[in-house]
Design a protein around this ligand. Structure first.
Ligand code: ATP
Length: 239
């Protein structure tokens, strides 16, 4: 099957600092792929290179076989790529419903937007109960769910999620992943997710890449990496 996303040997620099050195990641349609790595490994930069936030100076990003390297973020978004950034970036003074509406704002199909809103609220009853609350009053887990729901309101084919587990209790992390996997099941959504720790991810992802110092150190199927030794070696750089 043709991959939906191909990150092919990309290199990214910030001034004199090289953040990515030949990173390659392929994601098939409806696959859940996770990039794990320590602080500063280059995970956010990798997602930014796909979403158009940074431009690789070498290598190529292809979506459905078409090179999108260096295109403007709004053009890449229009092709069905949506990014849930680290730290969520929801609008705290707007209500939950208003945040969702922002996700659907660029779409022309009003009926589709209404149907997606209803479906997401069905999937996320805690947001449905708090529809008219300011989003800033939600818990961390609820805010993460809202950030994902808002991104899903754009009807993406590919959802990029930067560290959804950050600062959340393990039980909430599992809930977030259940929602992401449910969206994959229902919509065939393809997911590329960054995480700092592999702890809970091995249960949810199809494939894992370990990124350290701008280089992919290890990649494999989650079920083959479950004992954790290979991941630890790649992550910490010993062995
Ligand atoms: P974190 O878990 O902290 O988000 P990360 O794996 O996502 O880490 P990146 O944020 O991609 O890593 O950063 C990779 C490297 O590039 C780091 O050394 C970081 O300091 C540097 N970097 C990131 N953004 C910039 C920028 N805008 N200007 C200069 N250097 C940057």
């Amino acid at each position: 099957m043709k991959p939906l996303l191909e990150i092919d040997q990309i290199h990214v620099r910030y001034g004199d600092m090289t953040a990515l050195r030949g990173v390659s990641i392929t994601v098939a349609e409806s696959e859940v792929v996770c990039v794990i790595g320590p602080n500063g490994a280059g995970k956010s930069t990798t997602l930014a290179a796909v979403a158009g936030g940074v431009k690789p100076f070498r290598g190529e990003v292809r979506l459905n076989g078409t090179a999108i390297t260096g295109r403007a973020p709004e053009r890449i978004a229009a092709l069905g790529v949506s990014l849930v950034p680290e730290g969520r970036h929801i609008f705290g003074s707007l209500t939950v419903d208003e945040n969702l509406a922002i996700g659907g704002y660029m779409r022309n199909d009003k009926a589709g937007v209404a149907a997606d809103r209803a479906r997401l609220l069905d999937l996320l009853p805690r947001l449905a109960e708090r529809l008219h609350y300011p989003a800033g009053r939600l818990s961390g887990g609820e805010q993460q769910m809202l950030a994902i729901a808002r991104a899903v309101m754009t009807r993406p084919r590919l959802l990029l999620v930067d560290e959804p587990s950050l600062g959340l209790a393990p039980k909430i992390v599992d809930q977030i992943y259940e929602i992401l996997l449910d969206l994959r099941r229902r919509d065939g959504l393809t997911l590329l997710i960054n995480e700092q720790s592999s702890n809970r991810i091995l249960n949810h992802a199809d494939r894992i890449h370990v990124l350290r110092a701008g280089v992919i150190q290890l990649e494999g199927r989650a079920e083959d990496l479950r004992d954790g030794d290979a991941i630890r070696h790649a992550y910490f750089g010993f062995g």
